[in-house]
Design a protein around this ligand. Sequence first.
Ligand code: NAD
Length: 189
Amino acid sequence: MKLLVTGGAGFIGSAVVRQAIERGHSVVNLDALTYAACLENVESVANSPLYAFEQADICDREALDRIFDTHQPDAVMHLAAESHVDRSIDGPGAFVQTNVTGTYTLLEAARAYWQGSGKPVGFRFHHISTDEVYGSLGPTGQFTEDTPYDPRSPYSASKAASDHLVRAWGETYGLPIVLTNCSNNYGPY
Ligand SMILES: NC(=O)c1ccc[n+]([C@@H]2O[C@H](COP(=O)([O-])OP(=O)(O)OC[C@H]3O[C@@H](n4cnc5c(N)ncnc54)[C@H](O)[C@@H]3O)[C@@H](O)[C@H]2O)c1
């Protein structure tokens, strides 16, 4: 399977890229290389014939169209984001731009590619979101997929907005979407 991974030079994305290649998948790593990127995290797979890197911004529709056209991915895993809550309080604009406008632009590029390829049934657009769209838990309890949205920072509001866009593209255009809301990730790198 060929995966288009956005944000593959970031913390989680680079782990996805390494593991996907270890499992024998082809990966196109699409990343703008912001302050958060660290290409050293994918150095171990950078020379693999299964790996390709594209430096691009998910707000750049022309670049996205070229990348879809060149690489013809079977699925998209969308991790690229402005991801730090504290930075979103100091400067929310970049979060709206990348997380909302960027996700919209990627959805439109993916939809055009999927439709243009005859709507392959196996195609998936996997949007990686956060549990922070559900607000804060007390000392106990858990969120479920039915928990009402209650974002409390510019970061989580921008991720909530992107979740709504992804669901809308699924409902309105039939784009085969998967949406996951993970909690905090930690580990090496
Ligand atoms: N880290 C966590 O604990 C956590 C928890 C829940 C959800 N998430 C979500 O998982 C995803 C990955 O998180 P992370 O911690 O790896 O983030 P990160 O900040 O480490 O990496 C983000 C990557 O996206 C790239 N990027 C940023 N803006 C871009 C743009 N406009 N175009 C293309 N690339 C761009 C950056 O260069 C960077 O490589 C995010 O969507 C985040 O919201 C993270």
